[in-house]
Design a binder for this molecule. Structure first.
Ligand code: 23J
Ligand code: MN
Length: 260
């Protein structure tokens, strides 16, 4: 098929519902759960908004708001400049992400059973190799999406904060090194609040997903939903952050195309 025919077939399949569009995005609101870092670190802002007008004297026929939100609040994209390891890389900010990379195939690694059994579950290189033995090697340039089913949890269990910090699953350094060095992935996406585990400040290096992904110019996706609706391979993810000049991250609408 020529590439023109492929697009025509895509259009037809979309119209007919043969290709389904899955929303991977959490609702963004004043109630969106936030990352909370220990003292004395700065905190990401919740989403908030103020009304400009509502068909009233401030705007007779129009309704609109101004909003405030952290770059890393809700379903969002992490650019390499977010971490010190990526601070000197070329094109490390949101405005410099090549648009070709905003649309990419995804591998979905389902470790939801392990996460249900252990909130501090760490995904290792051996887990990824076991997944590949079943589904094939992760292609270069793919998103790797870590399915934990964490997005199905009520908010208290979702954030799972205790006296010693958050207890949520994530990858260890062996997993991230493997994806970056052996598989040259586009990035790593998760359902939890960080690409790193809640207790990842205790790992070596500290916050291995952030440190190793962004140091290699790779991206992160956080607070995804509906990963359980995606096949292990074959989905196409559209994850497009706002084009914020020099931005380190941004809320986004993340979508997946799935063949019926
Ligand atoms: C800053 C410090 C630690 C973490 C994070 C941000 C995130 O999870 C994020 O949203 O990038 S773990
Ligand atoms: Mn982030």
């Amino acid at each position: 098929m020529s590439s023109t025919d492929i697009l025509a077939a895509l259009a037809q399949n979309l119209t007919a519902g043969q290709i389904r569009v899955i929303d991977l995005t959490q609702e963004l609101s004043e109630d969106t759960p936030l990352l909370v870092l220990p003292e004395p670190f700065g905190q990401t802002a919740a989403f908030s908004r103020e009304e400009i007008s509502r068909y009233d004297e401030r705007g007779l026929a129009w309704h609109w708001h101004n909003f405030t939100v952290g770059e890393h609040t809700g379903t969002h994209f992490d650019a390499p400049i977010h971490w010190v390891t990526g601070k000197d890389l070329a094109d490390n900010t949101l405005d410099k992400v090549p648009p070709q990379k905003l649309v990419a195939q995804a591998c979905v690694l389902d470790f939801s059973a392990e996460c249900a059994a252990d909130a501090d579950f760490l995904l290792t290189r051996a887990h990824i190799e076991a997944w590949e033995a079943e589904h094939g090697a992760i292609p270069a340039g793919s998103w790797v999406l870590f399915r934990s089913d964490w997005s199905k949890l009520p908010v208290d269990a979702y954030t799972n904060r205790r006296e010693d910090g958050a207890h949520t699953p994530g990858p260890d350094a062996s997993a991230v090194s493997y994806l970056v060095d052996e598989r040259d992935v586009l990035g790593f996406g998760v359902e939890t609040i960080g690409t790193d585990a809640g207790q990842a400040h205790l790992l070596e290096p500290m916050y291995p997903a952030h440190a190793l992904l962004h140091g290699a110019g790779k991206y992160g996706l956080q607070c995804l939903e509906n990963l359980d609706l995606l096949p292990p391979t074959g989905a196409i993810v559209i994850a497009a952050p706002l084009k914020i000049r020099d931005g380190s991250g941004s809320p986004m609408r993340a979508l997946a195309l799935v063949s019926e």
